[in-house]
Design a protein around this ligand. Structure first.
Ligand code: MLT
Length: 270
């Protein structure tokens, strides 16, 4: 079975784990999504790699309860290391993060660089929220809890995640993922997003091959902003895909998979 369930660090996790081999691709999703965000990549790369894609604490089927919880990016990174240990992954992984999954990657680089062989950062940012953005996230968390629904999260985020031209199947997938998480889990992650630290000082210290993938229509992590931080990493390349917003792995999975395959071939020799 590709889907595994286990309890670690006091938390129930659900995690996709399939394929085989010594090279592991670790896919880490964004907010308010879950591992299904990577379905086209899991389907494609499972034939050549072991592919692991957890639902982060509080999202997808990794449920939490409790209305006053905050899940930080550092906590997610600690969870990921516990998950890799549990799955007996000892060699460094190729980490592929999207947006919030990318915020978590900065904490992996800071705390656990020995667990990483290469880094793919899709549609992500290096800066913190502005005070106004942080307040908006806390308000959204409070509304989500009072309504006991993902409605407000979807209403706020959907127009920013994908352009209005996005295929219905992509919009439906986003809605299903957001509706799977509990309101408590959405709120806990919103609070954690608002607290995330600025990671700019990490950039010049990164000693890994890095691929940064943006989208020309990305309203959350615009291409110029991504190129600016990617340029500060010694061994990095940057690409912005045309006609996609914040979710190229779903919106144009063929282009995304091709970029990822080329990066793996060039940086890892396969
Ligand atoms: C995500 O896709 O993970 C979120 O858009 C991140 C954010 O809101 O900053």
């Amino acid at each position: 079975m590709a889907i595994k369930s286990f309890t670690l660090r006091g938390q129930d996790f659900q995690c996709f784990d399939a394929g085989s081999g010594d090279r592991v691709l670790l896919f880490v999703h964004g907010f308010p999504l879950d591992h299904h965000q990577w379905q086209p990549q899991l389907d494609h790369f499972v034939h050549s790699y072991r592919v692991i894609a957890p639902d982060l604490r509080g999202l997808g089927h990794s449920f939490i309860t409790g209305d006053d919880v905050t899940v930080t990016m550092e906590q997610h990174a600690d969870d990921l290391v516990a998950i890799l240990d549990h799955l007996q992954v000892v060699s460094p992984v190729i980490y592929i993060g999207l947006s919030m999954g990318g915020y978590v990657a900065w904490q992996m680089v800071r705390k656990y660089p020995q667990r990483l062989a290469a880094l793919v950062q899709a549609h992500t940012r290096i800066a913190t929220d502005t005070p106004a953005q942080a307040v908006a996230r806390h308000n959204l968390a409070a509304q989500t809890l009072s309504e006991q629904s993902s409605r407000a999260v979807l209403e706020t985020m959907l127009p920013r995640l994908v352009p209005s031209s996005a295929p219905t199947a992509v919009v439906d997938a986003i809605m299903t993922m957001a509706q799977t998480a509990s309101p408590a889990g959405l709120a806990a992650n919103l609070r954690g997003l608002a607290l995330r630290p600025d990671a700019t000082t990490i950039l010049p210290t990164i000693r890994l091959p890095v691929l940064a993938i943006s989208g020309d229509l990305d309203a959350i992590s615009p291409p110029q902003e991504m190129q600016d931080w990617a340029d500060q990493i010694p061994d990095s390349r940057f690409i912005s895909l045309p006609n996609v917003g914040h979710l190229s792995p779903l919106e144009d999975f063929q282009a995304f998979n091709q970029c990822l395959a080329e990066f793996l071939r060039d940086s890892l020799g396969r």
